[in-house]
Design a protein around this ligand. Structure first.
Ligand code: SF4
Length: 342
């Protein structure tokens, strides 16, 4: 059986034609799915023979909600089970400008970032394009509204699941699909340099976010094993290539960890690195993870860091802490679930 969400409308059209059904049924079927009807038999305007063929060959892979946590700030965190029983997390954030979703792209992650709970059990498997998409379809039903921004920043390294992630972006961006503009999609990577070049060559208009988190290779290596493979310099060169190809500004994510990367010296070094680049820094007051030793920076240190960057002309924001009362840090909820069901 095939998850129908892994198919584009064009692919389903071809399949229907190959199976002696009308191509326009594809649009009808996907319209139902996007409206939240996930049972082929209930698709009223689709003829019986097409429904029988679809039922015999496809399933609609919407995950099952295991847990739903509501934060005081409106953030909703979902713990969901995929069709094979693997569990992932999805976070829905409500902003004045619309609803955002942070989707997972892999079950677990093999990148080993030391501040992250998603990587504690390693990478189990990649998500398919349809499984990434299904998180949005589910979210829209849960909030009875539209998702307008997508962030690929949940569990998993998106560029470590390159072809599925590219297909997901195509599906979500398609006017026949959810029609979410590429500029409303942000892909966050820990810095897989060759894949950044490959992504740049696709010339998409998505925002690329780099999880930098340190201003020297030595400090970065302490936090992120990937820093042993690629230096900050190599990442910045790849980012320049991305900007040249797409004209898009890069976002640098910087999680502030108390006493580790949040000193004035770190801030000045970061300014030197980013001087003259088309970039934006997003400072993240870290969510503490029980299994990890990292602590959140003090407010005074966060503000000082911010002021230094701004004084050097580097556009900087401090990320609002969303859902900190509901274990919203990457992978925390899934981790608690795995521990509890062991
Ligand atoms: S921060 Fe992202 S890349 Fe790093 S281990 Fe966690 S999920 Fe993987």
């Amino acid at each position: 059986m095939i998850n129908i969400l892994d198919l584009s409308q064009e692919e389903l059209k071809n399949w229907l034609q190959d199976n002696n059904e009308k191509a326009f049924r594809a649009e009808q079927v996907f319209n139902w799915i996007y409206k939240g009807q996930w049972d082929f038999k209930e698709m009223k305007n689709v003829n019986t023979s097409a429904i029988d063929k679809l039922t015999a060959n496809f399933y609609i892979g919407i995950p099952k909600v295991l847990e739903k946590l509501y934060s005081k700030d409106g953030t909703i965190k979902l713990l969901i089970a995929l069709s094979d029983g693997n569990v992932i997390e999805t976070v829905i954030m409500k902003y004045k400008h619309g609803n955002s979703i942070c989707v997972s792209t892999q079950v677990g992650c093999r990148m080993g970032c030391r501040f992250c709970a998603s990587t504690l059990g390693g990478r189990i498997r990649d998500l398919t394009a349809g499984e990434i998409l299904s998180q949005i379809l589910l979210a829209e039903v849960i909030i009875s509204g539209k998702i307008s921004n997508v962030v690929l920043m949940g569990s998993g390294e998106p560029l470590d699941n390159f072809s599925n992630v590219i297909k997901f972006i195509e599906l979500v961006n398609s006017p026949k699909g959810l029609n979410i503009g590429q500029r409303h999609i942000t892909l966050s990577t820990c810095g897989l340099v060759p894949k950044i070049y490959e992504l740049a060559d696709k010339k998409l208009q998505i925002t690329l976010a780099i999880s930098l988190h340190a201003s020297t290779d030595e400090k970065r290596k302490e936090m992120m094993p990937i820093a042993n493979r690629y230096s900050i310099n190599e990442i910045l060169q790849a980012c320049k290539y991305y900007t040249d190809k797409t004209n898009r500004r890069i976002t640098f994510e910087y999680a502030l960890v108390k006493g580790s990367n949040d000193t004035k010296e770190d801030a000045y070094k970061l300014c030197d690195l980013l001087k003259g680049t088309l970039s934006h820094v997003n400072l993240i007051p870290i969510n503490e993870v029980t299994e990890r030793e990292y602590q959140r920076s003090e407010d005074r240190a966060i503000l000082e860091f911010y002021n230094i960057l701004m004084s050097k002309g580097i556009e900087t924001t401090i990320r609002r802490e969303m859902g900190s009362d509901i274990n919203a840090a990457c992978g925390q909820l899934r981790r608690s679930y795995i521990d509890a069901t062991r």
